[in-house]
Design a protein around this ligand. Structure first.
Ligand code: GDP
Ligand code: GDP
Length: 437
């Protein structure tokens, strides 16, 4: 299910990251302390009143970039207008209206996307004067909040979810495998997509009709149906030449939300960058199966150790995703291209593996016997029972005497045992802990 994207825009220091943290902060995580994942506070899934959405702090995106403040804020706004489904325009109730606020408002008045004007740093809600001047921005009623103290943020979220586009209907088409091709600009995504679709065995079907089809590509290979999600931006290259590095990340995230398997494209010449980590990390966190596709292999001078060295570097940089198979390709020459779809099929299958309860409990008993959980303040973890709660990704429910006693490294150990026994190649594995005395 695609999640709507909500962008927070506004001048520096108005409180964007404070509001961001306030909104996503209270989120309960299922064992999410995974070392190695680039803990990116700039994009997070948030939930309110049963609606989930991806919240983006566009200010944080721009941190590393040069330029004057109005220019940077303008870029955030352009990004938000392009990629978000709703915009939270944050202003500072203490400093009052500024010329940059006016400029931003002028840009936002032109979009048809919902915009909420939020006046931050209001601590006294009796004194309406502090925020009424922002009516002048022509963006409707200003919503006063204190992000720092969490005052009125619930009201803000109520209004936000009310203007989000309706949840898209479930896309499950049981016979169609949904693939997203993701990665930084220029790693070769469009070359890869065009090369895949250009293969002789591939039959592309253009299905006219709904708008969604316009951005997706269906094809058949060996009698199996596939869908490449969001190929619009990929197959025909975007005309607008914006600071694409940042934009591509959000586009990638949206594609990941809709896919079952992510093809994470890396550039063999440039190696793994922070941006790659972010993109791959998102696929991992969302429980998608992944294949790491190292493109432009034709450009690399090789000896018999080159691929092994590159793989080592990937394992180190993307340490949270050592389960993902790596394939070295050239979209240009077609090298190893057929292998890509073989791996897609493999990881999709692995993502749906089920372990029956008796075998699972036998495996866990054995694992605990070989390597008992360490005692913590004289208390020892007991795993009483386990069952597989679901697939896509494989999720295991552990009934334990006290979830607090479960250390991340012990889950990693159990995960490794499961992988050794069953594979689960290309897919993350999740654990859910339940207390049972
Ligand atoms: P950003 O640059 O827009 O992301 O702003 P920050 O979230 O970093 O906040 C800038 C400053 O404003 C920080 O010192 C915050 O502590 C402060 N701040 C944020 N929200 C509030 C608020 O609701 N009330 C007050 N008084 N200060 C706030
Ligand atoms: P995208 O932005 O990720 O979609 O990347 P493109 O597919 O547009 O590729 C960026 C550039 O890299 C283009 O100039 C491509 O011709 C080139 N390129 C893509 N794949 C390969 C490859 O396998 N080998 C070489 N040598 N160049 C490639």
């Amino acid at each position: 299910m695609p999640k709507p994207v909500v962008a927070i825009v506004g001048r520096p220091n108005v409180g964007k990251s404070t509001l961001f943290n306030r909104i996503v902060g209270g989120r309960v995580a299922i064992v999410e302390d995974q070392p190695g994942v680039t803990r990116d506070r700039l994009y997070q899934t948030a939930e309110w009143a049963g609606r989930t959405f991806t919240l983006v702090d566009t200010g944080g995106l721009d941190l590393a970039e040069a330029g004057d403040i109005p220019g940077r804020v303008r870029r955030q706004v352009a990004l938000a207008i392009d990629e978000a489904d709703a915009v939270l325009f944050l202003v500072d109730g203490r400093t009052g209206l500024t010329p940059t606020d006016q400029e931003v408002a002028a840009l936002l008045r032109r979009t048809r996307k919902p915009v909420l004007l939020v006046v931050n740093k209001i601590e006294n809600f009796q004194r309406a004067g502090e925020w009424t001047e922002f009516y002048r921005l022509g963006l409707g009623e200003p919503i006063p909040v204190s992000a720092a103290q969490g005052m009125n943020t619930g009201d803000l979220l109520d209004r936000l979810v009310a203007v989000l586009p309706p949840a898209a209907e479930d896309e499950e088409e049981p016979d169609t495998l949904r693939i997203a091709v993701i990665g930084r600009p220029n790693v070769g995504k469009s070359s890869l997509v065009n090369a895949l679709l250009g293969e002789e065995r591939v039959i592309v079907s253009e299905i006219p009709g709904t708008t969604r089809d316009a951005i997706d590509t269906y094809f058949t290979l060996n009698g199996r149906r596939y869908l490449l999600v969001d190929t619009a931006g990929i197959r025909r290259k975007s005309r607008i030449d914006l600071p694409t590095e940042k934009y591509s990340v959000i586009r990638s995230f949206k594609a990941v939300d809709r896919c079952q398997v992510a093809l994470v494209v890396l550039d063999a010449v440039e190696g793994v960058t922070d941006q790659d980590k972010r993109i791959a990390g998102y696929a991992h966190e969302q429980g998608k199966a992944s294949v790491l596709v190292v493109n432009k292999w034709d450009l690399v001078e090789k000896d018999d150790r080159t691929a092994a060295r590159f793989t080592e570097a990937i394992r180190r940089e993307l340490a949270f995703m050592t389960y993902a198979p790596v394939v070295f390709i050239s979209a240009l020459t077609g090298r190893r291209l057929p292998r890509v779809m073989e791996l897609v099929n493999l990881v999709a299958e692995q993502q749906c593996l089920r372990v029956n309860t008796a075998d699972l409990n036998a495996l866990i008993r054995e694992a605990v016997m070989h390597n008992p959980p360490p005692a913590n303040k004289n208390r020892r973890l007991k795993i009483l029972y386990a069952t597989q709660g679901g697939v896509k990704p494989p999720t295991f429910v552990l009934f334990v005497n006290d979830p607090e006693l479960v250390h991340f490294s012990y889950l990693r150990y159990l995960e490794n045992q499961l992988r050794e026994a069953y594979g689960f190649e290309g897919t993350p594995i999740r654990f859910i802990l339940r207390r049972r005395e």
